[in-house]
Design a protein around this ligand. Structure first.
Ligand code: GAP
Length: 462
């Protein structure tokens, strides 16, 4: 399979119910509800052993393709807590609100922009038909306090969007990295929102992780760079999907635009939730740097070294989420394949892209009570571990072990059998096709790294 070009399966399958994904994710150690033994906290999740591997791979691929392969893009890692004035300057204290209504009868609460048009028009509850209250504004920023002595604590916020650190660090990055416009700054980091209606598993959470590129340009070049990044981010997502036809770009209507955006497109994915945002491409113009200049008193304008022109750079933002990528990739990868043999259970497979799959290879001794097979398999597993995440699995029949690995998306299973003891060859079974080949153990590490660790470079340059 070509790396990072996706499979783009033409065959469309029925949408996968979210409960199936949530159940597999918990059962196999991808995702757990946070504080479950206390009843949980709505919209907050923990990631288990496989989840953390998948997240790390997703993050690593994004970082590699956005930062490490672009000479004019660098990365930062900013703090979650910032000066409280940041959120006044950014507009979040005044504008980062959801408009809510409550049902006077059943007490259910709705975001007004999520109400079906007929209920909006008639001012009625979609569930019970009861009358709805007047809309009220609800600010999504999560408050916290900095300082030790009660009364002296300063109120601030957990960042509502991770990208603000990039504007705060923009001038330091520019001067310390000797960058000239156009250039970009990337960051992956947590954001917090007091979402009124968290839900649909990882789709809308209260604590989540964002990945942002803020690309600083001359105003006359804005359209070109906006189009460039919009196209490039779309292709990036397409490259990690099985179902490329479930991806689209959608322009925001004027009444949908965030307070900082003059123009925006969403990259959307179609699942059982319908078409939903995966990443936003925002034309932020000079909103952020101008506001921070105004509120902090620090001049954040840029002087072109060649022309001496002084201006406030405009910004193209690409802002997506690690969690939403994790969630959509699970939905996209999940498949229950009917087994050809009568009476057999369907095969549940996660067709995760091999470079993103949490475990790259599972090493399986044919029998667990044969010392020679176990010694050979353990040695092979230890050898593979130097390069990749390998799992040793000796419990149950080989067929059961294949099924277990298919369910967590392991691209290759390597079986050590009696022939291995004679000629040092192993069976290598590929997850999607279930095809098997025989390789000498010395060929195995390069074969697996070529098929599971290589990213493909984007064929273009910013
Ligand atoms: N800096 C711009 C910004 O924050 P956004 O459209 O509000 O824009 C960007 O968020 C991305 O962050 C979304 O496309 C989504 O992937 C992710 N995201 C936003 N809210 C989220 C939530 N409550 N839970 C999980 N992911 C979320």
């Amino acid at each position: 399979m070509p790396q990072t070009e996706g499979r783009n399966l033409a065959v469309d399958t029925a949408p996968v119910p979210i409960e199936k994904i949530a159940s597999l994710a918990k059962r196999r150690g991808f995702v757990y509800p946070n504080s479950e033994i206390y009843g949980g906290v709505s919209g907050i999740y923990d990631f288990g052993p496989l989840g953390v591997e998948l997240r790390n791979n997703i993050r690593r691929y994004w970082w590699w393709s956005m930062v490490q392969t672009n000479d004019n893009v660098v990365g930062i890692e900013g703090a979650i807590i910032t000066h409280p004035r940041v959120w006044e300057a950014s507009g979040h204290v005044d504008n980062f609100v959801d408009r809510l209504v409550d049902c006077k009868n059943c007490k259910r609460r709705y975001r007004i922009d999520h109400l079906p048009p007929e209920n909006l028009e008639q001012n009625t509850c979609p569930e019970c038909g009861g009358e709805l209250t007047e809309p009220r504004n609800f600010n999504l920023m999560m408050e916290t306090y900095v300082g030790v002595i009660e009364g002296d604590k300063a109120k601030t916020y957990l960042r509502g969007e991770a990208c603000q650190n990039i504007y705060l660090d923009y001038d330091n990055v520019r001067s310390s990295s000797r960058l000239q416009i156009p250039f970009g700054i990337c960051q992956i980091g947590k954001a917090f929102r007091n979402e009124v209606t968290p839900g649909n598993f990882l789709f809308r959470q209260r604590e989540f992780e964002q990945w942002d590129l803020q690309f600083f340009v001359h105003p006359s070049e804005m359209q070109r760079w906006f189009d460039y990044w919009k196209h490039r981010r779309f292709e990036w997502y397409k490259g990690i999907l099985n179902h490329g036809d479930r991806l689209r770009l959608r322009a925001h209507a004027p009444d949908e635009l965030a307070h900082y955006a003059k123009q925006a497109f969403d990259i959307e994915y179609r699942s059982i939730l319908g078409w939903q945002e995966w990443e936003g491409i925002h034309w932020r113009q000079d909103w952020d740097l101008s506001r921070h200049s105004q509120y902090s008193g620090k001049d954040l304008s840029y002087t072109d070294p060649a022309t001496k022109e002084k201006y406030v750079p405009w910004i193209v933002e690409t802002s997506g989420g690690v969690d939403r990528t994790f969630f959509f990739l699970l939905l996209d990868a999940y498949e229950e394949e009917p087994d050809a043999a009568a009476g057999k259970e369907p095969r549940t497979v996660l067709h995760l892209h091999p470079t993103l799959a949490p475990i790259k290879a599972a090493v399986l001794p044919l029998q667990k009570n044969n010392a020679e097979l176990v010694t050979a398999a353990t040695a092979l597993h230890k050898r593979l571990q130097r390069q990749m995440v390998s799992q040793y699995d000796d419990s149950g029949s080989i067929g059961r072990r294949y099924r277990r690995q298919d369910e967590i998306g392991t691209p290759y299973c390597v079986t050590v059998d009696f022939q291995t003891l004679e000629d040092q060859t192993v069976t290598v079974r590929e997850r999607d096709s279930m095809d098997q080949i025989r390789l000498h153990v010395s060929e195995l590490p390069p074969y697996l790294s070529e098929h599971t660790l290589q990213f493909s470079a984007y064929d273009g340059d910013s």
